[in-house]
Design a protein. Structure first.
Length: 143
């Protein structure tokens, strides 16, 4: 699973306002369209960059938002490590070209790994369900 690194990518995901919540997490997601990816790749100036971006854009991307309300730096890094492991484990549940930002609520620091595991599985399954529902609605409108 690739990582969301640029501020622009985070803002794009958060502006779509599609999210799934659980007790200790809020998961924002955005599914990049294939046409959008082709336009971005064709506008690239260097062919080497184009090939690398093309390979990366077929991946799902993850961004983490863990505020100081969660705890000190050690606690925040601990939560981020746990979320990265779980997101990588359940990434196959997500649709292709999906960008995800996981925002940890302050209670995420005090939750067991097993509870976070259940919450990530539930939220990623919900994202997949919403994405397929959205895709089927798009196809019925275009027909």
């Amino acid at each position: 699973m690739q990582r969301l690194k640029s501020h622009r990518d985070f803002v794009t995901v958060l502006k779509t306002r599609t999210k799934v919540s659980s007790k200790d997490l809020v998961v924002h997601f955005h599914i990049r369209s294939v046409n959008q990816q082709i336009d971005e790749i064709q506008s690239a100036e260097k062919p080497q960059v184009c090939r690398r971006e093309c390979a990366e854009d077929t991946q799902r991307r993850l961004g983490l938002a863990v505020s100081k309300a969660v705890g000190n730096a050690v606690a925040r890094n601990h939560v981020k490590r746990r979320l990265r492991v779980l997101a990588k484990h359940y990434e196959t549940l997500l649709p292709q070209y999906c960008d995800v930002v996981i925002r940890a609520k302050p209670t995420a620091n005090h939750v067991s790994f097993a509870q976070l595991d259940q919450q990530i599985a539930r939220t990623f399954t919900s994202i997949a369900h919403k994405a397929t529902k959205h895709e089927s609605a798009k196809h019925t409108v275009s027909e």
